[in-house]
Design a protein around this ligand. Structure first.
Ligand code: AMP
Length: 546
């Protein structure tokens, strides 16, 4: 077992890796380019896989061999890009991003990077979490657990060190996703109360509106009326993001542009920037924040602190609006790194200092390199980087609703409806939550029972069938000799990492026995598929650029 465990924030636009250093503080490990965060962009260059800034720069020249924002496809699609005649899955692409941050961290520190905790948005459903875990495995990492980004961020902010109970709202606006989470924090304990989010909302939307404005101004000032090609558009996108970042520091910026022989220098003020983005995007985040606050209120929880996470919370419009709307001064601390650092604290607390799963390697006497992980010095307070000496108990709550389709009497007719067995935003104090559905066979000796599982954001116990919410099908293998009068039970079990498991039991002649279950779910990667991808990756001859 390696000496250190790592936290990886696998972000939509940027990724980051951290660990607890020998002084007990969380630290980000820079990549080989000397930066704390690595663009989550993958570029295929012949047989080489290039990840990070070089890949991001190459999107201009070879957009067809480059892929960005792959996180938004995780667990939703089997296809991310076709390269070299092969359809590549989002999990494989993500594995290259993980490999890059892990390889760089190993090269920079001279130590193996193997045991990791990877973070995902609180809002991620079961299939997305599964795909993230598989990506870690494809990257040859030992994934200790998958935890929610806001939980990691809260840990970094040191909320678990507070002496009194507090209700925290984490507003996380990244490059391509937005999440808002309310949690109740007591010394040493974090309880997630509720979460809302939008997976298609982030800094890239703000960039898009600046890009459109810059193009319009460029045309107006230079008189250019042709078509901008891919490379021009990519250049414009990079300029838009840069301008946005500059406007976080100053009131106005000038953007020089030269395309196809035409030139212009466009001024963008912060005021104009806010005008271009507030109603369309910022207000969406506020509406979701309102919803989370309302849900929490209905559970008797009033928010008393707001913490900001995600690179996009550096935009002054975020703090200003939250403060004026909710009357609370939001706290901001290393927004790009808080998640990775929090994940590193969690990984160390749970797997090294706590009862954890890691076997501590006591190493050789007197060799500092192999000092047992359990002897890391105590973690220090948040001003030095967050952390707690006590193991952190985290009470997670469900972030999605899971139900099963059943026929039910509506008036005189039998109609299919969805009966939700596990509801969104329910606390999981025991580490998991189980919903049970009784089913039966329609004929004696029926070999199996097929049930459809649905994943949604519904708060209701029962709802109409919406096809696109179908997560998958479960086949319960009935024991031989089963009769119509026998009882069959299907349990959906959601664990704290958001993974869904299915169990089946049948009561035949009064004896209850476990039965085999086959879950075929959309986005879930079967073991066969996983092995197939691993094989394909090997055969493809692709190597990471070092
Ligand atoms: P994350 O996914 O948390 O790494 O956030 C990345 C997003 O934060 C990207 O859209 C960046 O453009 C944005 N971002 C990073 N730094 C700044 C900044 N100084 N001002 C505004 N947005 C920023």
């Amino acid at each position: 077992m390696a000496k250190y465990v790592y936290g990886i924030d696998l972000g939509t636009t940027y990724s980051c890796i951290a660990r607890i250093n020998d002084n007990g503080s969380p630290e980000v490990i820079k990549n080989k380019e000397g930066l704390n965060t690595t663009p989550s962009v993958v570029f295929f260059d012949g047989k080489e896989v290039v990840v990070g800034r070089v890949a991001k720069d190459n999107t201009i020249l070879e957009p067809e061999n480059t892929i960005s924002f792959v996180k938004t496809l995780m667990g939703k699609s089997d296809f991310a890009i076709n390269y070299d005649g092969r359809d590549i899955t989002p999990a494989e692409i993500s594995s290259y991003i993980l490999r890059k941050v892990a390889n760089d961290a190993a090269d920079i520190t001279g130590q193996e990077v193997k045991d990791v905790v990877i973070t995902v948005p609180a809002y991620f459903g079961a299939a997305e979490r599964d795909a993230t875990e598989k990506a870690g495995k494809l990257a040859d990492l030992n994934v200790l657990s998958i935890i929610s980004e806001p939980v990691a961020a809260a840990i970094y902010y040191g909320v678990t060190n507070q002496t009194e109970e507090k209700n925290i709202l984490i507003y996380d606006l990244g490059g391509g996703t937005f999440d808002v989470t309310v949690m109740k924090v007591k010394p040493g304990t974090i309880e997630v109360i509720c979460a809302e989010g939008n997976h298609d909302l982030g800094g890239k939307n703000w960039d898009g509106n600046i890009q459109a404005y810059l193009e319009e101004q460029f045309r107006e000032q230079s008189g250019f009326d042709g078509e901008l090609d891919n490379s021009d558009l990519q250049d414009l996108a990079l300029k838009a993001e840069k301008a946005k970042m500059e406007l976080s520091e100053r009131e106005s910026t000038k953007i020089p542009m030269a395309f196809q022989g035409s030139k212009a220098r466009v001024e963008l003020t912060r005021e104009k920037f806010d005008e271009l983005t507030t109603t369309e995007f910022l207000d969406l985040t506020i509406a979701l924040t309102d919803k989370a606050i309302e849900t929490a209120k209905n559970k008797g929880i009033n928010v008393d602190q707001i913490l900001l996470v995600g690179g996009s919370t550096r935009m002054p419009q975020v703090s200003r609006t939250l403060k004026s709307k909710y009357g609370l001064e939001p706290a901001i601390l290393d927004p790009d790194e808080a998640v990775a650092k929090g994940a590193a604290i969690y990984a160390t607390d749970v797997y090294v200092n706590g009862k954890g799963d890691i076997t501590v390697n006591s190493g050789e006497e007197g060799n500092d390199e192999n000092k047992p992980v359990g002897e890391l010095p105590p973690l220090v307070g948040p001003s030095n980087g967050g952390g707690s000496t006590k193991p952190i108990t985290t009470i997670f709550s469900t972030t999605k609703t899971y139900g099963v389709k059943l026929l039910t009497q509506v008036g005189r007719e039998l109609q299919p409806r969805i009966f939700n067995l596990i509801l969104k935003n329910t606390a999981m104090p025991d580490g998991s939550i189980t919903g049970v559905q009784e089913a039966g066979v329609v004929e004696d000796n029926q070999p199996s029972i097929l049930l459809e599982i649905y994943e949604s954001d519904s708060d209701a116990n029962e709802m109409e069938v919406i096809d696109k919410l179908k997560l998958g099908e479960v086949e319960l293998i009935a024991p031989p000799g089963i009769k119509r009068s026998d009882r069959v039970f299907m349990s959906l079990v959601l664990d704290t990492s958001g993974k869904l498991h299915v169990h089946g039991e049948a009561e035949v002649n009064g004896v209850r026995k476990e039965v085999d279950v086959d879950l075929e779910a959309k986005g879930f990667m079967s073991e066969e598929k996983f092995e197939e991808i691993k094989d394909e990756m090997k055969k493809s001859g692709l190597v990471m650029q070092r």
